[in-house]
Design a binder for this molecule. Structure first.
Ligand code: ADP
Ligand code: 5GP
Length: 205
């Protein structure tokens, strides 16, 4: 008997739409949030955000249940123990935990939505292992220097965290060949146009 995650593999929902799982990765600070916010405001595609859970503190303006479900480490670990996460990841040893809630992806599959998972490379590999026809997109920076500037401009991490995120970024960039699509976010408008072109290709496939 197929489970709900299997339903995300191409079966149509009752409304006739085909649900899709779209995985977006790229180093912290590359502009994923900025690009996706714009894409979500565009009604051309039946997109749905997968709101991840995290143990990191909310940034100014971030709301519980919108950008993330913010929870304590204890709650996160208890829910992971109960098998509630499709995948989860620790940004670095002892750092914040992040995870995709299984229920979010299952609900989207049921409704024929295109659910967008904004997750790290390891998480992406874990999702593709479970949902092989998930579409993968990597957002790359024009350079590591540009990435450093964006992280500094965002101003939401301590200098120590910026250094850790940059080290993590180098590792992620080395693995970007794993992704079906790669979009370089140099000029925001150009990157956005490329992302829309990718979405149109997904709609045709
Ligand atoms: P992510 O979600 O990947 O961590 P954000 O969307 O928060 O990244 O972007 C990080 C910072 O870089 C933000 O301050 C954002 O305004 C800025 N930014 C995003 N795209 C560009 C771009 N193409 N050129 C310059 N700055 C950008
Ligand atoms: P930020 O703290 O900047 O919001 O996110 C840091 C990193 O965590 C980003 O690279 C983002 O892609 C990743 N991330 C966010 N949510 C999840 C998730 O649910 N699972 C995984 N594996 N990574 C996530």
């Amino acid at each position: 008997m197929p489970n709900e995650v299997d339903d995300a593999r191409g079966d149509r929902a009752q409304n006739g739409r085909r649900g899709r799982v779209i995985v977006v990765s790229g180093p912290s600070g590359v502009g994923k949030g900025t690009l996706l916010k714009r894409l979500f405001a565009d009604a051309e595609f039946p997109l749905k955000t997968s709101v991840s859970a995290t143990t990191r503190a909310p940034r100014p303006g971030e709301r519980n249940g919108v950008e993330y479900w913010f929870m304590t480490r204890d709650e996160f670990l208890a829910r992971r123990e109960r098998g509630e996460f499709l995948e989860s990841f620790e940004v670095y040893e002892g750092g914040a935990l992040y995870g995709t809630l299984r229920e979010t992806v299952e609900d989207a599959a049921r409704n024929g939505d295109w659910v967008v998972l904004e997750i790290d490379v390891k998480g992406a590999k874990s999702v593709v292992a479970q949902i092989p026809d998930a579409v993968t997109i990597f957002i790359a920076p024009p350079s590591l220097d540009a990435l450093r500037e964006r992280l500094a401009a965002r101003g939401s991490e301590t200098p120590e965290d910026v250094a850790k995120r940059l080290a993590q970024a180098s590792l992620e960039l080395e693995q970007s060949d794993f992704y079906r699509y790669r979009v370089v976010n140099d000029k925001l408008d150009d990157a956005y146009a490329e992302l829309v072109a990718v979405m149109r290709e997904i709609a045709r496939s």
